[in-house]
Write a protein that binds this ligand. Structure first.
Ligand SMILES: C[C@](O)(CO)[C@H](O)COP(=O)(O)OP(=O)(O)OC[C@H]1O[C@@H](n2ccc(N)nc2=O)[C@H](O)[C@@H]1O
Ligand SMILES: Nc1ncnc2c1ncn2[C@@H]1O[C@H](COP(=O)(O)OP(=O)(O)OP(=O)(O)O)[C@@H](O)[C@H]1O
Length: 303
């Protein structure tokens, strides 16, 4: 058996792999129906932040998992139910003997249960990272099915690029022309239960998301996003009155557009420039240092 000293030598001697788990931002989320199994049909315009959790993966004599970062403590007592471990185990089952033991370090920078898909992004980053570490991959369809088993948001977090998602999130179409946006993410640090928000929805058959085919430039996109909705914002707002407060604070600090992401409570504000977003995040932090404010650019669609 290896001593703990030898174990750390073993880890240090093997190269580690890093993956970003980017925050998911639902720029629009329309609830358009409900499946017989209770899951809701959604039309979503989604982008990803240049900010998120970070995961490191390295070979290890036994499986290990460590948590750090501002929100690491929140997940410390979850008794092995972390989505990172679920993703590791499901991928290992699919891959077989090539899947040697690993040490996974999760730096948890995103607030938990906050509508920006932190757990889903971590699960997706685990799939990407472990396929690299184990030197293998799954066929696209098998990987997509495995991702969906982990959560409705996981397939789009695997892509981590601007996209439209339909169905429950599994029907994905890239949107390479979506511009990079200057944004502040704002959360009152009150966790929101996703199933509870869906349960409180008054109407499940809302109008679909329709985007003009020829949107050009940020002004066009802002007008189109502004005309869309997040149908989960009213029920989440009933549960967490701070959502309206934080949205008003973003507007007061110059946001051109504000909306809640996912099932909340994180709201985003879109600003004219990154300098304006950074100034706003600093001023908001001064006002409420116990809440979460993060300036970030969104990722490029690559068009
Ligand atoms: C609201 C979104 O964040 C939008 O991006 C996602 O659709 C939620 O994705 P997620 O957190 O990965 O959700 P899951 O873990 O699959 O589902 C959590 C619970 O939310 C509800 N749920 C989720 C997704 C969906 N399309 N309809 C639902 O009704 C279900 O009660 C489900 O049991
Ligand atoms: N790695 C993880 N990070 C965050 N939450 C996790 C993780 N693993 C398991 N969870 C659990 O998943 C639940 C949802 O957390 P998450 O942060 O993904 O929510 P969310 O941001 O609202 O997601 P979504 O936008 O996909 O609905 C929490 O109750 C949390 O305990």
């Amino acid at each position: 058996m290896m001593s703990s000293e030898n174990r750390s030598d073993f880890s240090a001697s093997c190269s580690s792999i890093s993956e970003e788990a980017r925050a998911k931002i639902n720029l629009a989320l329309h609830v358009t129906g409900q499946r017989p199994d209770g899951y809701h049909l959604l039309d979503m315009l989604v982008t990803f932040a240049d900010h998120g959790d970070r995961l490191d993966f390295m070979p290890s004599p036994t499986d290990e998992f460590t948590l750090s970062g501002r929100f690491g403590e929140t997940l410390a007592g979850d008794g092995g139910t972390n989505l990172v471990l679920k993703a590791r185990d499901l991928l290992r089952e699919a891959i077989g003997p090539l899947a040697f033991p690993v040490r996974i370090q999760l730096e948890k920078n995103l607030p938990v249960a906050s509508g920006i898909g932190g757990g889903s992004a971590d699960a997706a980053a685990t799939l990407r990272g472990l396929m690299r570490l184990w030197g293998t991959s799954l066929p696209e369809e098998a990987l997509a099915a495995l991702a969906l088993k982990l959560g409705a948001d996981v397939p789009m977090c695997l892509a981590s690029r601007p996209l439209i998602a339909r169905g429950i999130g599994e029907k994905i179409e890239p949107v390479p022309e979506l511009p990079v946006l200057a944004m502040v993410l704002a959360n009152p640090l009150k966790g929101v239960s996703t199933p509870e928000v869906f349960r409180r929805l008054a109407t499940k058959n809302n109008p679909t998301l329709r985007l003009a085919p020829s949107l050009r430039g940020t002004a066009d996109w802002l007008a189109a996003i502004g005309a869309a909705r997040n149908d989960l914002e009213p029920p989440a707002g009933e549960m967490v009155p701070e959502i309206a407060v934080i949205s008003a604070m973003l507007q007061a600090h110059g946001a051109l557009l504000t909306r809640m992401s996912g099932s909340g409570a994180t709201c985003f504000g879109i600003f004219a420039t990154m300098a304006a977003a950074e100034d706003a995040a600093a001023a908001l932090h001064d006002e409420r240092s116990d809440w979460y404010f993060q300036a970030t650019e969104t990722v490029s669609g690559g068009a």
